[in-house]
Design a protein around this ligand. Structure first.
Ligand code: BGC
Length: 821
């Protein structure tokens, strides 16, 4: 819809109606406004799928690989297609605007939301982000690039003030946002919780001067949830939309401030115009053409997610298991009679990371299930967990739960203060979250307590732990006897989101025999899980936990024995929800639990061992040089196991190249922890590979590296400053795909610079023996730096050197170019 028409609509609204549009109606929607034909507009997280308005296993969404896995493809066409798939998901779920992509950077591997961000590199992040946004928006669904800016860690995220130099801000942290605004034409930007250089981001002049001013952003700046704190954010050129609602700092206070002349009416008009522009773009205004994204069938979604996951898998190492043999991968199927699939993530694979990126997939294929299906009945596939990787009790397995009426799962009852049951839910789950209400007719304030009724069945004899996770008062009755009557709290200073993603637990021991059933009732009186700057959180989360006590030593021994008797061992290690999530940063990069020990013992027992790493972010792999094959799979989405089988058995090449450096140890890594409220980005421009290059430190695995199943020779590079053509040849025996990477450097620069920086890349494919030429475009920004004194982009005239090759560590080709100032 044209701006003149939007202005006419604006003219139909009085001040109260305008201001009403600037705060959400509830957790996930904006108020409808009949006066302008505006229906209710729905937003939803993002980015590993589109969750919709409920946080609930009954409401399923396609679970796509997590953003780091997407960036690992280095394939903008694929990501644009994935954006279109997400648009279809959004429309299927009644969603107009997706709260994604997340383009904060992998400043440090400790960052809790690392899995949710694309890369440590601003150029790669920007390119992949632009593709993601185009895919969504070409299908008429809005994207929201977040979190603007420098929200690269979780610790004290609501209050931390990030101190970062102007040049570093421009060249590193703002760069992906700039690309996504200018090239991607994104319709919404989310302002972060944290501050930058002294001002909280919802009130930051970076919105007015840079985002809306310099970059010409014409969309909506929405607050991160509960990030808007004051009327100051309502100033000219600042925040447009406060989320969630219906409460918040604006409303009547903003109306009064406008009347008193404290906030100019023009500022409010501009915000409303932007909101109307967004609603028009997504087809929520009567007069605008409604958007209908092209739908995808379930089969198309599965096939796309399977291929995308495999394209992001990074084969970091692939050596022969014995002398005289070829590399261990792909596995030779005809040599396989028995395969041992081991490790804690072999059955409980993590397909996505924790926090607001959570979606509920319709199914997930575990590594064990994927390999079993691919290997078929003639190959015996055995499994052992090899010890726990977490000491948390998991939510009870719904297969072992029976409702009072005999069905699978639990019955949830919502009671008022007098004990009257106001409503019930039947759930095949033991982890619950309600946001905003308990259902369409059950507002949160009518309910005093929630009860879960079920019978728990034991699969094996032994001591079982039965308990609850959550925040607030809980009572657990087992077999009619009150066994727990307690109040559970978060650790002091914890992020309220921790109450959802890693809620504290208490449990009791219960002896059960195989097949025995015991009645369990959990009662909870909900309280706000925390305090977002004085706003009540209308969100209730708790779990019913059941697990049998197990013996880690015995499990490791059993896994080693299985490995010894197998033709090949596949060990699937990884992180847990306790380690990688929104709401907190990591304390250690080591694999949790006994996993390092498990890998060492397995490879000792059977040299034909493949280690599959299922983590969203780098972990330390101290044994990496001692195992023949290491495959990094990230959080690969619902098709995890099928994609893994495709890659291990050679049906597909592992397509990924590292979008982030994997460090060899924990020395000299940037800290995510503020000191007295301030977090200094002292490493400056030297993030990730740039720091390793400057310091001459060899990481475990280099940025941009990754193997396929063929080999390549890089033959020549030609061209000029704005584009080069790289020729290369597939020297192996099968068709393959390569990511051609071009880096730039400036010999003898008068300006401080990285040793080399990524300038461009392109994906090629070729048959054995085939020679291909690929053009790599190099943006003008390649040769620019931010001049802090003049506050503008500048070019140091003279020679720059371009380096081309398959990774930041292997750059056999060079070309010198002259650049004008
Ligand atoms: C997260 C955002 C998310 C929002 C809504 C916040 O806590 O930081 O990324 O979009 O919640 O779930």
């Amino acid at each position: 819809m044209h701006d003149d028409d939007l202005r006419k609509l604006l003219g139909r609204l009085d001040l109260e109606q305008e201001v009403r549009l600037l705060t959400g109606a509830d957790v996930w929607s904006l108020h409808p406004e009949p006066a302008v034909g505006l229906r209710r507009l729905v937003v939803s997280d993002g980015p590993a799928g589109v969750r919709g308005e409920r946080w609930d296993e009954r409401d399923t969404s396609a679970n796509v690989p997590s953003p780091t896995a997407l960036a690992a493809t280095w394939d903008v066409d694929r990501i644009e297609r994935l954006g279109r798939l997400l648009a279809a998901e959004a429309r299927r779920r009644g969603v107009d605007v997706v709260l994604a992509p997340t383009v904060n950077l992998h400043r440090t591997p400790y960052g809790g939301r690392h899995f949710e961000c694309f890369s440590e590199d601003p150029l790669l992040t920007g390119r992949i982000g632009v593709a993601y946004v185009r895919g969504l928006q070409d299908e008429g669904v809005g994207a929201t690039v977040k979190h603007f800016v420098a929200n690269d860690q979780e610790t004290e995220r609501f209050s931390a003030d990030v101190r970062v130099d102007e040049r570093v801000l421009r060249e590193v942290y703002l760069a992906p946002f700039e690309a996504i605004v200018r090239e991607g034409g994104v319709w919404a930007v989310m302002a972060a919780y944290n501050g930058v250089n002294g001002t909280t981001m919802t009130e930051s002049p970076l919105q007015r001067d840079v985002l809306k001013g310099e970059w010409g952003f014409d969309g909506v700046v929405v607050s991160d949830w509960f990030a808007a704190r004051s009327l100051a954010a309502a100033g000219t050129g600042l925040l447009d939309l406060v989320m969630p609602g219906p409460r918040g700092p604006w409303g009547d206070a903003l109306v009064a401030a406008v009347r008193a002349g404290e906030v100019p009416e023009s500022a409010v008009d501009d915000k409303v115009l932007r909101v109307l522009r967004l609603t028009g773009r997504v087809g929520a205004l009567e007069d605008a053409a409604g958007t209908a994204a092209t739908p995808w069938t379930e089969e198309e979604i599965s096939a796309e997610l399977r291929a995308t996951a495999a394209s992001g898998f990074v084969l970091a190492r692939n050596e022969p298991a014995a002398s005289g043999e070829g590399p261990l991968l792909p596995l030779e199927r005809r040599r396989l009679r028995r395969v041992a699939v081991l490790g804690p993530n072999a059955v409980e694979a993590r397909t996505l990371g924790g926090g607001s990126a959570t979606v509920f997939p319709p199914y997930t294929v575990s590594p064990l299930a994927g390999l079993r299906a691919a290997l078929g009945p003639d190959v015996e596939v055995v499994h052992g967990r090899g010890g726990r990787s977490t000491h948390r009790l998991p939510p009870a397995d719904p297969d072992l739960l029976r409702r009072p009426d005999g069905g699978r799962g639990v019955e949830v009852r919502f009671l008022d203060a007098g004990g009257t049951v106001l409503g019930t839910e039947v759930r095949e789950a033991a982890a619950f979250t309600w946001q905003g209400s308990y259902g369409p007719d059950l507002p949160m304030d009518r309910v005093r307590s929630v009860e879960v009724h079920t019978r728990v069945r034991a699969e094996e004899d032994g001591t079982h732990r039965i308990g609850v996770s959550g925040v607030g008062p809980f009572r657990v009755t087992v077999g009619g006897e009150i066994r727990l009557d307690t109040r559970i709290s978060l650790p002091p200073g914890a992020d309220p989101v921790e109450g959802m993603v890693r809620p504290p637990q208490e449990s009791v021991a219960v002896q059960l025999r195989t097949g025995e059933e015991v009645e369990v009732v959990v009662g909870h009186v909900p309280e706000p899980a925390g305090d977002f700057e004085g706003t009540d959180v209308e969100s209730v989360t708790f779990q019913v936990n059941v697990a049998r006590d197990t013996d880690d030593d015995a499990e490791v021994e059993q896994a080693v024995a299985l490995a010894r008797d197998a033709d090949v061992a596949v060990v699937v290690v990884g992180t847990t929800e306790e380690v990688e999530s929104e709401g907190f940063d990591r304390d250690s990069l080591a694999l949790p639990g006994r996993q390092d020990d498990l890998v060492r013992r397995v490879v000792e027992a059977n040299p034909r061992t493949v280690v599959v790493v299922n983590s969203g972010a780098p972990v330390l792999l101290p044994w990496a040089d001692d195992v023949p094959a290491v495959l990094l799979t990230w959080f690969p989405g619902q098709e995890c196991g099928n994609a893994l089988a495709d890659v291990l058995l050679g049906a597909t090449e592992p397509g990924g190249r590292l979008p982030v450096t994997w460090p060899a140890d924990e020395e000299c890594l940037p800290s995510p922890r503020p000191v007295e409220g301030t977090l200094r980005y002292d490493e400056g421009l030297f993030v990730g590979h740039r720091r390793h290059d400057r310091d001459g430190r060899e990481p475990r695995f280099r940025f941009g590296s990754g193997l396929g199943y063929t080999s390549w020779e890089f033959l020549s590079v030609e061209g000029g400053a704005s584009a080069v053509t790289v020729r290369l040849c597939n020297t192996g025996t099968r068709r393959g795909r390569e990511v051609v990477q071009v880096y730039a450097s400036r010999p003898g620069s008068a300006v401080e610079r990285p040793v080399r920086w990524l300038a461009g890349f392109a994906v090629v494919a070729a048959d054995p023996g085939e020679e291909v030429a690929v053009r790599v475009d190099l943006p003008e920004r390649t040769y620019q730096h931010w001049d802090e004194a003049a506050h503008r982009w500048a070019t140091e005239a003279g020679p720059f050197r371009l380096h081309a090759g398959p990774s930041s560590g292997v750059l056999p080709l060079e070309l010198d170019v002259q650049v004008q100032g």
